[in-house]
Design a binder for this molecule. Structure first.
Ligand code: OAD
Length: 242
């Protein structure tokens, strides 16, 4: 297999964007997979919105509680671990994930930013202040109430129609502009503003690499496509960046 760049890995600046696909092999359903089991009749796009939470707070809270239990049983896979090895060997590496499952952090990724929040954190719907997990678990009410103001508590994730954390987004844009290599892994690149990052990297002169068994809207503009599941695709990436 040909090497991917003529620069040694130890001198490369790499920016990575991951999506639900990298956690699929850990047993966490992707966003656009049909929902399984009792949630099959619901559409995530209909549940992951502020309007849905306002309309049916118990239903939305219980859906996230179900996902949290599922994700708590998941473990990082070879794709997550491969990115930890890449971070250790690259000149510079920063990872932006759209996933809320915390699996990159559990695998040991350090230069990590969660673009869409984290399902294991909860916050007050009024002031956005975090609410501790012990209170959330001890609460008899569903959803729990904020201990400070009594408002409802919601998952600390970005819902459709909500803005991302400005500081994280500007860091992601800067990292896309500055890197030698941008790798998009396991994302359908359909949801903005995260989906803008590969295009920003490409137009700033980075080599654009995609790891995804399926084509996506950015596939045609990639310099290299590794059409593999993430666990095998990240291993191939490592073997071709020397
Ligand atoms: P999607 O469900 O949209 O896309 C998952 C992608 O992973 C698809 O392109 C699949 O082809 C690919 N895939 C599936 N299995 C894979 C595997 N084993 N290895 C590698 N790739 C695989 O998930 P996202 O792109 O992450 O946002 O969705 C982006 C955002 O849409 C989510 O963060 C969420 C949703 O709206 C918010 O919740 C705000």
């Amino acid at each position: 297999m040909p090497v991917l760049t003529d620069m040694p890995l130890s001198r490369l600046s790499i920016t990575i964007l991951t999506g639900a696909g990298i956690s699929a092999e850990s047993g966490v359903p992707t966003f656009r997979d049909a929902l399984t089991g009792l949630w099959a009749r619901f559409d995530p796009m209909q549940l992951a919105t502020p309007e849905a939470f306002a309309r049916e707070p118990r239903l939305v809270w219980e859906w996230y509680a179900w996902r949290r239990e599922l994700i708590a049983k998941a473990v990082p896979n070879a794709g997550h671990h491969g990115l930890v090895e890449l971070e250790a060997r690259a000149g510079k590496l920063v990872l932006f994930t759209q996933n809320v499952d915390g699996l990159h952090a559990r695998a040991g990724s350090r230069a990590l930013h969660e673009l869409h929040g984290n399902i294991f954190r909860s916050k007050c719907v009024e002031d956005g202040g975090l609410v501790g997990d012990e209170l959330v678990r001890a609460s008899a009410e569903v959803p729990p109430r904020c201990p400070r103001c009594g408002a409802k508590v919601r998952p600390d994730v970005v819902w459709f129609g909500e803005a991302l954390d400005e500081r994280i987004l500007s860091a992601a844009m800067a990292a896309a502009r500055a890197c030698d290599v941008f790798v998009s892994i396991g994302t359908s690149t359909e949801v903005y503003p995260a989906a803008m990052l590969p295009q920003v990297a490409k137009s700033s002169g980075a080599r654009l690499i995609e790891i995804n068994p399926q084509p996506t809207p950015i596939t045609a503009s990639c310099d290299e496509v590794i059409a593999q599941p993430a666990s095998r695709g990240v291993a191939e990436l490592l073997s071709r960046l020397v």
